[in-house]
Design a protein around this ligand. Structure first.
Ligand SMILES: Cc1cc2nc3c(=O)[nH]c(=O)nc-3n(C[C@H](O)[C@H](O)[C@H](O)COP(=O)(O)OP(=O)(O)OC[C@H]3O[C@@H](n4cnc5c(N)ncnc54)[C@H](O)[C@@H]3O)c2cc1C
Length: 326
């Protein structure tokens, strides 16, 4: 591989983190190349443009006082990166060799890419129940969401009967958030006890507008354009019942998109996310950086992902300068 063929910065992923890293890297004359990814199930839906392609109204991203549709926002991110001459490739990275420099990345379409530095921005997928009507209503603004903090405050959910599915700390936290807006928050759980810490359970379950439904599984989401009810099945008796709701929030965890890093030597943390060196975007491998939800199990917001993308580009720029790559 000739040195001219070595990219200064390769960015993997086209969500808020990847595009922001590209904007910063391009404006710093690093000629970034972005691999946007291809649609896949991993284990939930992964799309070029990232998780915001699966939502409708985004109301909490600064700069859009009237809100903006998720896919339209990602189109704007992409256009801004393209304006500064980012090279954009519709392909997936399937394997990384970080054992020697320059690094080598392999793509689904058989490309072999050489890079002085790499920014991993492959995000995470919210775990979904896997029901057909759930995804249909989630992607059309029909009242199903995997992010209570993102969508709970939307006018359609105010004063409404809402259901949340999950039993961990995140579900408790998201459920507690929903109690601020909802009429009643129905907690639907497959078992008769929760995995969440006692303190989180207590904080949520002690709210006056929370009603738990134990030993219940959601087996269907009912409604045409908007959700009208969920179909529940008792996990012990198998008896079915209908619970009328105006919103369904899925809070059964997230899976970071890291399969392509297998064998690369990039360290993951105990939750399976890319481990970062303190507040920077540096991974354990010099020259390999990470940004956004792939390295953040805590905040998982578009604006935090974009902020981390900016950090990664600045970290990569400084690292390349120190390494004498111009
Ligand atoms: C339903 C829903 C609604 C949400 N609503 C909001 C909201 O209103 N406001 C808000 O701030 N946040 C919201 N979020 C959270 C927000 O979407 C995420 O925090 C944000 O998208 C994370 O950005 P990211 O760039 O880290 O990753 P992602 O957006 O997950 O993007 C990951 C990218 O990596 C690509 N990729 C994956 N694997 C590969 C590979 N091997 N090779 C190449 N590319 C790859 C994918 O194609 C994708 O482009 C919502 C999330 C969900 C699920």
């Amino acid at each position: 591989m000739s040195n001219e063929g070595v990219h200064k910065v390769v960015i993997i992923g086209s969500g808020p983190a990847g595009w922001t890293a590209a904007i910063y890297a391009a404006r710093a004359n690093l000629d970034p190349i972005v691999f946007v990814g291809v649609p896949k199930q991993d284990p939930g839906p992964v799309l070029p443009g990232g998780q915001l392609m699966l939502t409708t109204e985004v109301e909490n991203y600064p700069g859009f006082p009237d809100g903006i549709q998720g896919p339209e926002m990602m189109e704007k991110f992409r256009a801004q990166a393209a304006r500064f001459k980012t090279q954009i490739i519709d392909d997936d990275i399937v394997q990384c060799d970080f054992s020697a420099r320059p690094f080598t990345l392999y793509t689904a379409e058989g490309r072999k890419v050489a890079a002085h530095s790499v920014i991993i921005a492959t995000g995470a997928t919210a775990n979904w129940l896997g029901l057909e009507n759930e995804m249909r209503l989630a992607t059309t603004g029909g009242g199903v969401s995997a992010c209570a903090v993102c969508d709970g405050a939307l006018p359609m959910f105010r004063g409404a009967e809402l259901a949340i599915v999950g039993g961990g700390d995140t579900a408790m936290e998201e459920g507690t958030y929903l109690t601020k807006f909802a009429g009643t928050v129905h907690l639907v759980h497959r078992r008769d006890s929760l995995r969440a810490s006692k303190i989180m359970q207590q904080r949520f379950l002690s709210r006056p507008n929370v009603k738990p439904h134990w030993n219940q599984a959601v087996v269907d989401v009912l409604g045409g354009e908007k959700i009208e009810a969920i179909l529940l099945e008792d996990t012990i008796t198998r008896q079915r019942s209908t619970l009328p709701v105006k919103g369904l929030f899925i809070a059964i965890g997230h899976t970071p998109t890291v399969k392509f890093l297998a064998g690369s030597g990039v360290e993951l943390n105990e939750k399976g996310y890319v481990a970062l060196n303190s507040r920077s975007s540096r991974t354990n491998i010099p020259g390999v950086f990470a940004a956004g939800d792939v390295a953040d199990s805590e905040y998982r917001q578009a604006v935090t992902a974009a902020g981390m993308g900016c950090q990664a580009a600045l970290d990569a720029e400084r690292w390349l300068a120190a390494e004498g790559v111009h």
